[in-house]
Design a protein around this ligand. Structure first.
Ligand code: FES
Length: 158
């Protein structure tokens, strides 16, 4: 996973300026900021809000609405576990809850060793293979506790 470069307000401002001419620039700016820094830093929100002439609260609302815009840097690996209906109906919530408890983290957090970030995702189009997950952009179906443990161990070792 790409960690991005360290936060730099001047660079963020350049990115924002480069997208201001677009129609509906908010999401392209957020994607570009994430691509550059690996996440959307809290400090970017007022810069984007000011540039788009919207309130900081409004911009904060946009950032937090989309799970794609992580507000903390990711770990070396990212596991996204599906929380949509088909996966829920086959036990994904309990599976995820137990896994998060085992790692002693919450949704969106990273293990203290920086190895693994666990995030929710809402339908991967793998409903027939529920519960589903995405590990470092590799889709996987029929995920169970054993597979999650393998992922955690693999993440620690790479
Ligand atoms: S609901 Fe999980 S992949 Fe569709």
């Amino acid at each position: 996973m790409s960690a991005g470069v360290p936060w730099d307000a001047a660079r963020a401002q350049e990115i924002i300026s480069a997208h201001l001419g677009l129609e509906g620039p908010a999401l392209p700016i957020l994607h570009a900021v994430k691509k550059e820094f690996g996440y959307v830093p809290e400090a970017a929100v007022p810069l984007i809000a000011d540039a788009l002439n919207v309130s900081r609260a409004e911009m904060h609302g946009v950032v937090t609405f989309y799970h794609e815009f992580n507000r903390e840097p990711h770990g070396r690996h990212v596991l996204k576990i599906c929380r949509a209906e088909a996966c829920q109906s086959l036990g994904a919530e309990k599976l995820a809850r137990d896994f998060l408890a085992q790692l002693k983290i919450e949704w969106g957090q990273t293990t203290p060793d920086g190895a693994l970030t666990v995030e929710p995702i809402y339908c991967l189009g793998l409903c027939a293979h529920s519960p589903s997950a995405l590990y470092d952009d590799e889709p996987m179906g029929w995920v169970d506790a054993e597979r999650l443990n393998e992922i955690a161990a693999e993440a620690q070792n790479k």
